[in-house]
Ligand binder design. Structure first.
Ligand code: AMP
Ligand code: MG
Length: 512
């Protein structure tokens, strides 16, 4: 922890903030609210490396102070972005970063620009009744899941580190404060567009659309610069977002990820998973699983996600109408959503099942599989992982999959259809198993795993009894397991196991 090294490395990150400079209407500039005596809970070595930061650097006082909001790095221009959105299907009016601040952007080692954002950094003009803070519990969940999703190959905002403080935060009980430093090429949401459209700020809407095209849509930008763009360019933007969103949600479905709060203010214009709140991974398969206990209607249940993604793209289309003008043009762009979703979901299912060729009966094979899984609430992750052991020729490898089903005969019936399908593929068993194990993770962030890590970090044992001190080692071990989710390793058996009985009572809400 040499201060000299820390300082020079800090200076090596040169901050800019093009989004803050774009137009004063994009939000409000303000400094973070300092958080006393910060300590490092965990850091992502991968994200540090992406930004060219030495791994130990994040333990330095300088970095702890930057993440805690006690120090603003030179060149950063902290701002809270203004946005609006549809929450649970209803127009929610002005929202905005109520507890997040965009510090600025830095160059990554790959030459791309990454924005750094603090989440939990204090109140902003958009905090409404909130305190602008995030609790340790939800910050650990966001940190772990961002990195777990990235390791699964699913587009997401990243998390550089989570920093805690003893400062008390009042929720349903008294908890402690934390800040996550999030990293992404952009944090622009559908809701940023909805804000300027709804409040009739059409010139600013165009500035925002042109900015997104210029920075993130090189193909559309190449057709002509801002100022010369016609309806077709903005329709192309809509189509591109619809494609990315569909592709993202196909990937969520393929790993059993439930976001929990798919409001349009939580939808990234870049198709990244953003705003981890009451998310969850399916344990036992239930298409109607609702991971957010405040979502009583199940609007955001697992099986609803693909349709909600499309609904959200329609909300974005409505916001872009002042620039697109023509309903048919917008409708045409939106049709990319379903095409992309259907194609990508089918392709992902084929790779999960170890199928290389396409066959007209594959859709029936997949729906029959989910029906059998649903009836027995077969564990989603274990099911696909164990499928690699099934042999085309005979049922000798069926046992571990069969064991996940209460209704064994339903499992056997599906397995025999599956084995017959495998027999049509010209690929050796070992080669197929290997390919399947590279797409079907063994370690996912099951709710109970996050919960145990949070309890330990909060000074409790895994069963919730008070311990002598807080222990962050479990957060770090879990991060390490999740950062290579496809590689089964000795010693990590507990991370691959069914959830314990107590975990069925865990519920996660928006109060974070
Ligand atoms: P979320 O449901 O977390 O996506 O949040 C919806 C809106 O509420 C966003 O504008 C957040 O910034 C804001 N918000 C959530 N929690 C807080 C908080 N503790 N303080 C201030 N604003 C918050
Ligand atoms: Mg949000």
């Amino acid at each position: 922890m040499s201060t000299v090294t820390d300082q020079s490395a800090l200076q090596a990150l040169s901050f800019d903030n093009r989004f803050a400079r774009l137009d004063p209407a994009m939000g409000s500039r303000l400094a973070p609210l300092p958080l006393p005596d910060p300590y490092l809970v965990a850091a992502s070595a991968q994200v540090a490396d992406m930004l060219g930061l030495a791994p130990g650097l994040l333990e330095s006082t300088e970095w702890l102070d930057i993440i805690a909001g006690n120090r603003v790095p030179e060149g950063a221009q902290p701002m809270a972005a203004v946005y609006a959105g549809h929450q649970f299907g209803a127009w929610a009016g002005r929202l905005g970063d109520g507890r997040a601040l965009l510090l600025g952007e830095v160059a990554g080692r790959d030459g791309r620009q990454y924005e750094l954002q603090l989440k939990g950094s204090g109140p902003t003009p958009y905090s409404r009744m909130g305190d602008g803070r995030a609790v340790l519990r939800s910050s650990i969940r966001e940190f772990l899941c961002s990195e777990a999703m990235a390791a699964l190959g699913i587009p997401t905002t990243r998390a550089l580190a989570v920093v805690g403080s003893d400062q008390p935060i009042i929720r349903e009980t008294v908890e402690t404060a934390a800040v996550v430093m999030r990293v992404a090429p952009s944090f622009v949401r559908f809701g940023n567009f909805e804000y300027f459209a709804h409040f009739d700020q059409h010139p600013t809407l165009r500035v925002l659309a042109d900015y997104v095209i210029d920075r993130y849509e090189p193909e559309i930008a190449a057709r002509g610069p801002a100022g010369t763009r016609t309806a077709a360019s903005y329709a192309a933007l809509l189509e591109s977002v619809a494609r990315r969103t569909a592709s993202l949600i196909a990937k969520w479905q393929s790993v059993g990820f439930c976001h929990g709060v798919m409001n349009t203010d939580n939808m990234s214009i870049l198709g990244l998973t953003i705003d981890y709140g009451p998310f969850g991974f399916l344990d036992g398969f239930d298409a109607n699983h609702i991971c957010n206990h405040t979502d009583q209607q199940g609007r955001y249940a697992y099986a609803m996600q693909p349709g909600v993604g499309e609904w959200n793209c329609f909300a974005l289309a409505q916001a872009l109408m002042p620039l697109i003008g023509d309903v048919d043009l917008a409708r045409q762009a939106l049709s990319a959503y379903r095409d992309t979703y259907d194609r990508e979901h089918a392709a992902l299912m084929r790779t999960k099942l170890g199928l290389r060729s396409e066959h007209p009966d594959d859709a029936a094979l997949v729906s029959g599989m989910f029906e059998a899984m649903q009836a027995s609430q077969a564990d989603f992750t274990l099911f696909f992982r164990r499928l690699a052991g099934v042999n085309a020729g005979d049922p000798s490898g069926d046992g571990p999959v069969r064991d996940l089903f209460i209704d064994r005969s339903a499992a056997d019936a599906w397995l025999s259809v599956y084995r017959a399908r495998l027999a049509t593929e010209a690929i050796a068993q070992l080669e197929r198993a290997d390919a399947m194990n590279r797409v079907n993770p063994i370690y996912v962030l099951r709710n109970h795993l996050a919960e145990i890590a949070i309890r330990r970090a909060s000074g409790l044992s895994a069963d919730g009894a008070p311990t002598a001190e807080r222990d962050y080692a479990e957060v770090r071990r879990l991060l390490e397991a999740l950062s290579r989710p496809f590689e089964e390793r000795p010693g990590l058996e507990a991370y691959a196991a069914h959830p314990p009985a107590w975990a069925s009572h865990l519920s996660v809400s928006c109060s974070s």
